[in-house]
Write a protein that binds this ligand. Structure first.
Ligand SMILES: C[S@@+](CC[C@H](N)C(=O)[O-])C[C@H]1O[C@@H](n2cnc3c(N)ncnc32)[C@H](O)[C@@H]1O
Length: 271
């Protein structure tokens, strides 16, 4: 790993400064002289420490100005990183990718919504050739509908033991959420999805082996087997996940639909 963090806001990789920003997003651009990142240093440290080996295929959903894709390429030297974003990447992002020697390993796709099943599946097929993904990082819309639909498209392509991370899932509970100009103010909390994933962890036959929730990340590890014992005490034959018809999120939503409104209400801060 070559990246050096000189402070919490500044990382240097191959002589290029990477600047972390957590506000004023509209005016930030990667230029020939700098790369912009929207993830703090602690997130990259958490990615570096993931108990995942080998990491050969990463999907980043929400690329913004390309900073995190470049730093992930440094953290995971054997990985190909495919990034999708609904907006176009600045040409200087592609210039840095080529200039740092990552042209073969980072592939960015613009104009792709995270919930466009046909487009996302075509990209994954083209870049990964049907091979399972080791790590998915969803840092895109942070909206419930887009994020759950994306999960339903991508989760079946995650390898058993692979990680699916949803960043900044808890915005509805952040201080300032109630401000009338907060950009997600009238949206359904993304936290609802995390509660559903917790319920699906219990209900969907081991599809989710582990769900870890911290301030900035919800990280799940994909499981691959049914639990060893059935309710009648008989040993159950292990089955591969692809013979379970629905994904974890779908099962969570269907089975616990009645619980969702109260879960949503409990996500909101008290007035
Ligand atoms: C928080 S930024 C990503 C930051 C980047 N991962 C980083 O750490 O530097 C969110 C990005 O998601 C993109 N986005 C928003 N809605 C999206 C959608 N429905 N599908 C795909 N990308 C979306 C935005 O265009 C924006 O570039």
């Amino acid at each position: 790993m070559e990246q050096v963090w000189e402070s919490e806001d500044l990382c240097v990789l191959k002589g290029v400064p990477f600047r972390y920003r957590n506000s004023d997003y509209g005016s930030l651009r990667t230029t020939a002289d700098q790369v912009v990142i929207l993830k703090p240093r602690t997130f990259f440290e958490q990615y570096r420490q993931l108990p995942l080996s080998p990491v050969k295929r990463i999907l980043e959903v929400g690329v913004f100005e390309g900073g995190s894709a470049l730093l992930l390429a440094d953290i995971f030297p054997d990985a190909k990183i495919v990034g999708i974003d609904i907006r176009p990447a600045d040409p200087s992002v592609r210039w840095h990718i080529a200039n740092m020697g990552y042209g073969d390993r980072i592939k960015l796709y613009s104009g792709v919504s995270q919930d466009d099943k046909a487009q996302v599946e075509a990209i994954l097929e083209k870049e990964f050739g049907g091979e399972p993904i080791d790590l998915v990082i969803d840092d895109a819309s942070h909206m419930y509908g887009f994020t759950t639909r994306c999960f339903d498209i991508v989760f079946p392509r995650l390898r058993v033991g692979g990680c699916y991370v949803i960043e900044d899932w808890g915005w509805a509970n952040w201080p300032g959420y109630k401000a009338p100009d907060f950009f997600f103010e009238d949206r359904q909390p993304l936290a609802t999805m995390i509660l559903e994933l917790a319920m699906a962890t219990a209900s969907n036959y081991g599809a989710i082996r582990e769900l870890t929730v911290t301030f900035g990340m919800a990280r799940l590890v994909k499981g691959g087997e049914l639990p060893p014992l059935r309710r009648d005490g008989q040993r159950q034959r292990a089955r591969s996940l692809d013979r379970i018809p629905a994904t974890a999120a779908t099962v969570g939503r269907g089975r616990f639909r009645a619980a969702a409104p109260s879960a949503r209400r409990s996500c909101r801060r008290s007035p």
